[in-house]
Write a protein that binds this ligand. Structure first.
Ligand SMILES: Nc1ncnc2c1ncn2[C@@H]1O[C@H](COP(=O)(O)OP(=O)(O)OP(=O)(O)O)[C@@H](O)[C@H]1O
Length: 269
């Protein structure tokens, strides 16, 4: 199994991703696609007069404040436009892709975090009423059913809480969890950069490899900071959990998945 997460930043060539995924699928490679949608969500939110807001947590991570209106916009962009366009591109390539969110069939279940700690003006504050959470359980039986019947699953956040509410959840974590559940040969993160950059946005500073056992070493620790921390530590956890390798790679090129599998990008193993 190969799990591919297509990021939602500007500049991603969805056509190239779909073409590559379809070719691999037809060769008999088992795939799960997960996608994001953050940049488009920001644009639609602005256009609808409900601009995006982000919270910086005490640990330094940043997340989207997800109130009821934001969740509605999130559903429109992730489950609507982004998911259906990707499914359409795959259908054009002759693959019977099937889009589903974590809400459908309780595919991705997690705990809703109603109170979220964040830092503002140097003080720790609490935001209540958020619709966010972390996925803890995957409905693998549902995915197996689809895979056995020949459908290529195209999966998107949100997830569903144990109480049955849609919750915004991190797509990177979803992909890592799916890869771990399937003990995937590879987990590929496609984005609008060539991989993890030591000095973002300098593309010449691409880090070629992160050996899991050395992730705490000073040269790698610098990379696992701020916005990238969650991605790097998620990759390390996936490898520790049995995924053979994680590759962060470019989705602005032809054959992005094949290139990533050939080692172009940042390889964590
Ligand atoms: N050190 C770094 N190395 C590589 N990319 C970085 C770094 N720091 C910040 N970035 C940025 O992080 C972004 C990763 O975004 P990605 O495509 O994975 O989507 P996302 O914003 O995580 O959300 P979603 O998947 O929900 O749309 C890239 O657009 C990249 O520009």
């Amino acid at each position: 199994m190969i799990v591919v997460k297509v990021g939602g930043a500007e500049g991603i060539d969805y056509g190239a991703v779909a073409k590559d995924a379809a070719a691999l699928w037809k060769e008999g490679v088992r795939l799960l696609l997960v996608h994001g949608g953050s940049a488009l969500t920001n644009r639609v939110a602005e256009a609808l007069g409900h601009p995006p807001r982000f919270l910086t947590h005490p640990g330094g991570q940043v997340s989207r404040l997800t109130d009821k209106e934001t969740l509605d916009i999130f559903l429109m962009v992730y489950c609507g436009l982004t998911n259906k366009r990707l499914v359409e591109l795959l259908q054009k390539e002759g693959v019977n892709a099937l889009g589903l969110s974590g809400v459908d069939g309780r595919l991705l279940e997690g705990r809703r975090k109603t109170a979220v700690k964040y830092v503002e003006d140097g003080k720790v504050k609490i935001h209540r009423g958020d619709y966010t959470g972390t996925v803890e359980r995957v409905n693998r039986a549902l995915l197996d059913l689809l895979l056995e019947a020949g459908y290529l699953p195209v999966i998107t956040p949100p997830a569903i809480s144990y109480e049955g509410e849609a919750i915004n959840t991190d797509g990177d974590q979803v992909a890592a969890l799916l890869a771990t559940v399937y003990q995937a040969e590879a987990l590929v993160y496609l984005s609008n950069v060539p991989g993890l950059l030591a000095r973002y946005p300098d593309e010449a500073s691409l880090v070629r490899e992160i050996p899991v056992e050395k992730v705490e070493a000073p040269e790698y620790l610098a990379l696992a900071q701020g916005r990238m921390k969650r991605k790097v530590m998620g990759a390390v956890e996936a490898v520790r959990g049995g995924v053979k390798r994680v590759v962060f790679a470019d989705a602005r090129v032809e054959n992005p998945i094949r290139r990533a599998l050939a080692g172009e990008g940042t390889v964590v193993r």
